[in-house]
Every structure is written in C-alpha cells, then in structure tokens.
Write a protein that binds this ligand. Structure first.
Ligand code: AMP
Ligand code: ZN
Length: 461
C-alpha cells in the first residue's frame, strides 16, 4: 500500500511519492523561543515525529530541518503588534540587545529540546537559528526586489500580493476575498492591500544592517530562506499547525515561488489541529498555557501525553483535561504490564499484523486505528508471546511509546481493581443504554476499548 497524506494545498488525500527517490526532504516550522513551549506547541512536534518515523518505516531516508525563530516574529501574524523576542526580553527585565536576544533564545531552545527528548521525539537532522541566516533572508528579498514583487513604505519592505496571481492558493479564493475585505487582516500603515506582508521591518535602534536599512527580517521570509538553503528550491513536505495556513505558509509559498519561479515550492503541506483547554485556544502570548513540566508535576509522564495525542487523528481538535490524561496513563500502564508479561524471549515480527499496521499508519497517519491494532495484537491468543513482543517493538519504531525500555514481567495485574476512570465511563455508558442513546453508548464502548478494557453486556435492553 502506498503512503497517503492529506495535502492542505490540494485539499485531498494523495499518494506520496518523494521528489528524490532516495530521500524525503521535510521542513518543520519550529518554535518561537521567547518563552517555554506549551503542550499545544508540542503537538506540532509529536505530529512531525510520527510523520518522519512513518516515512522511515516505509523505507525512505528522511532529511528533516527545523528552524528556531529567534528574531522577527511579531505578536500578530499580520504585521502588527510587538516583536515576540522583544516582549520576552522586557518580561525578563533584560536590556534590548541582540546578544541578550540570542542568550534568551538559546535558553528556551535548550528547554524545548529537553521537552522533545522526554516525548521521545527524534531530533531533526538540522535545527537552525533564524538569526544565523539573515544574509540569506536579505538575498531572497533582493531576488524579489529585482523581479518587481516588493515595495517600500516608511517602516519596511513589503511583498506586493497583487503581483502574485495565485496568492492564497493554500487557503482558497473564498477566504482570501473575505480577508481582503478586512474582516481578518486589518489594514495597517501604508500597505497597498491588507494582505501584503513585511519582508523586512526597519528598526533604527536594534537590528541587522541591510541594503534596505537597519532592521529585522519578517518571520515568513526566514522559513523560505532556510527551507531553500537546506532543502532546495523545491522539497517534499512542510509541517505546522493549522493556524499557519492563512498567513505564514500562504506567504511562504507566495514569496518562495515568486523568487525562484519554481512551482510548487513544497509538494505536501501538512497541518495538525489545535489543543484547547476549556474551549480556549492555548497561546504562549496569552499566558494560559500548560507545559510538559506542569504535567510531570501532576504525576503524568510525557509519554502518556504522546500516547493521548496518538489516540486521535492529527486532524482532530483535542480538548485537554487532566481526567483524559489520567485515563490515558491507566491505559498505557496496562499496555506496559501486558507487554512485560510476554516473557524474555524475542521472536519474529508477525507479517500479518505488520501489514495491517502499515495500512493504518500509511493511511494519513491513522494512529488511532494503529493503537487499536496494538490492543488486538496483545490480546490475540493465536500469536506466540515471543512474536507478539517482536511485533510490538516493530510498531514502536513509529509509535515511540518506549516499549523497549520496559522491564521484566509484572505479576498479579489480573487482580487489580478496575480504575475509577474506567468505572465512571462504564456507568455513563449504562445510563446511555438505559436511555436508548445507542450512539453515545457505542462511542463510550469505543472509548473504554481504547483504554484497554472490554465491556460485556449481560442484559438485553
Ligand atoms: P510558535 O512557537 O508560537 O511559533 O508555535 C510553534 C508551533 O505550535 C506552530 O506549529 C503552531 O502552529 C503550533 N501551535 C501553537 N499553539 C497551538 C495549540 N494550542 N495547539 C496545537 N498547536 C499549536
Ligand atoms: Zn515557519
């Protein structure tokens, strides 16, 4: 079965064939390092990690590059508001200098990488600070300038979207028209159209020297310049959260394709949904966020968070709650216990199960169904324990749940009481059945199954 991914650009699930048969080139929009990453941000990197591991599992080499945004990202994506790094320095009571910016960036990058490690995320092949590639940004802006895609205002150099006939193809025409009317992006300064965006922002006090004057590159140009530098003028995959579709990635496409003349800049644009807490968007700038450390303080392991994310499709918006994570922790521990019971002997991967696993994971990263298969396998009495063990470790090359780190057999688990969280779901389901709400009762049965427990109905309603 071929690899298939949903491509935001075509809005279809498409067969994935890399440009270069030997190596898949992939760019992951990295963090803006003015503060700690929140667990919503971290979904982005678990998603990219599953994608990277799946591609490798399918037999390809992967070259993955990630930027670290340490300059130029304004609080609003639409060229308004303050610079996020400046905001970070002010918060920390530090003087506004490029050196302090860099030090702060290195501090939060280290924290970020530690989070990646604890989530069992494979490090990208290259991770680059935007501030080290300002010369590349300038060169790209000059290329655009020479081709007539730019104009000057009193505060910087802007990309003239009117010159780019297919601007907005990532979002679609309808939304674009709505944007132009100003409902989404408001007109600021001297821009010709509200959707025009800054390539270079002038700043007489702090910034880098350039032919356009002292200042900072825009956030979008960083990703184009670094993508082109490390992966070429056309590459296979670009990842990020869905918030990047209307502005950041739309602008990346416009400026990259206009500068190089090559289309498409990227073959597959892949975006994951958000994590919400209590119905609100979790945002670093709002301060209403949870870190991986917050979960650890509450006794929840980072791998549980990873496992919880994998229980849903990356296209699903997930509502965070501690109850949901606690239930996931129960399920994961149960999986570990069952795995540990399989004994010491290592057998062979079961080809039948492997095939099914591939079908699921290669089908737009269906991690939820891949996890169901893991439960089926672990409970399948027709497979030898030693072979189960080998097959689980094979699946774990993609899932990254750390099975290989599990210890020896644990006994007595059969007699453990059913956890409260599961009991509550069972009661809820019984009530749904009594009220003849079979849709809800089926959904609850699935939820219970996903957590590793089975409900057997004794009484016919
Ligand atoms: P930033 O550090 O703000 O540049 O964001 C890093 C990544 O996190 C981007 O790919 C965003 O799309 C993603 N992101 C931001 N907030 C959330 C959220 N609440 N849930 C999921 N992803 C998010
Ligand atoms: Zn980016």
């Amino acid at each position: 079965m071929p690899l298939k991914f949903f491509n935001t650009l075509t809005k279809e699930k498409e067969e994935f064939v890399p440009i270069d048969a030997n190596e898949v080139r992939m760019y992951t929009c990295g963090p803006t390092v003015y503060y700690f990453a929140h667990i919503g941000n971290l979904r982005s990197y678990v998603f990219a990690d599953i994608l990277r591991r799946t591609i490798k599992y399918s037999g390809y080499e992967v070259k993955q590059v990630m930027n670290i945004t340490d300059i130029g990202h304004l609080v609003s994506d639409a060229d308004a508001g303050d610079d996020k790094m400046t905001k970070g320095l002010l918060r920390e009571g530090k003087e506004l200098t490029l050196q302090n910016m860099r030090e702060m960036a290195e501090f939060y990058t280290e924290k970020f990488n530690h989070d990646l490690e604890r989530l069992n995320i494979e490090m990208p092949d290259g991770q680059y600070f935007a501030s080290d590639y300002v010369a590349e940004d300038i060169a790209l802006i000059q290329r655009l300038e020479e081709k007539g895609y730019t104009y000057k205002t009193s505060d910087g150099i802007y990309f003239d979207t009117e010159k780019c006939a297919d601007y907005g193809k990532l979002i679609g025409k309808e939304i674009l028209e709505w944007d132009i009317e100003g409902a989404r992006i408001t007109q600021t300064g001297e821009k010709k159209r509200p959707i025009d965006f800054a390539l270079w922002k002038l700043d007489s006090k702090l910034g880098y020297e350039s032919p356009f004057g002292k200042g900072f590159p825009g956030w979008h140009i960083e990703c184009s310049a670094m993508g082109i530098k490390f992966l070429g003028e056309q590459f296979d995959i670009h990842t990020g959260g869905i918030d990047h579709i209307p502005i950041h990635h739309t602008n990346e496409i416009a400026q990259s394709e206009s500068a190089t003349g090559k289309k498409p800049f990227v073959r597959f644009w892949m975006h994951h949904e958000f994590i919400d807490t209590g119905g609100n968007k979790m945002a670093k700038s709002e301060g209403n966020f949870l870190r991986l450390d917050t979960l650890i303080e509450k006794g929840i392991s980072p791998i549980t968070y990873r496992f919880w994310l994998l229980m849903a499709s990356y296209h699903t918006k997930m509502n965070f709650s501690f109850e949901a994570l606690e239930a996931s922790e129960i399920a994961l521990k149960r999986l570990y216990r069952l795995y540990n019971q399989l004994g010491e002997e290592m057998g062979k991967t079961d080809e039948n199960y492997k095939q099914k696993f591939k079908e699921r994971i290669e089908n737009d990263l269906d991690t939820s169904r891949a996890l169901s298969l893991l439960w089926d396998l672990i409970k399948d009495e027709n497979i030898l324990n030693a072979n189960k063990k080998a097959t689980i470790l094979d699946f774990d090359r993609v899932l990254g749940l750390n099975f290989s780190a599990q210890g020896g057999p644990v006994s007595g688990w059969e007699n453990e009481p059913i956890p409260n969280a599961i009991q509550l779901l069972v009661t809820e389901r019984e009530n749904a059945r009594k009220n003849k709400n079979f849709q809800k009762s089926d959904a609850l049965r699935k939820e219970i199954n996903d957590l590793g427990y089975e409900v057997k109905d004794s009484e016919i309603l």
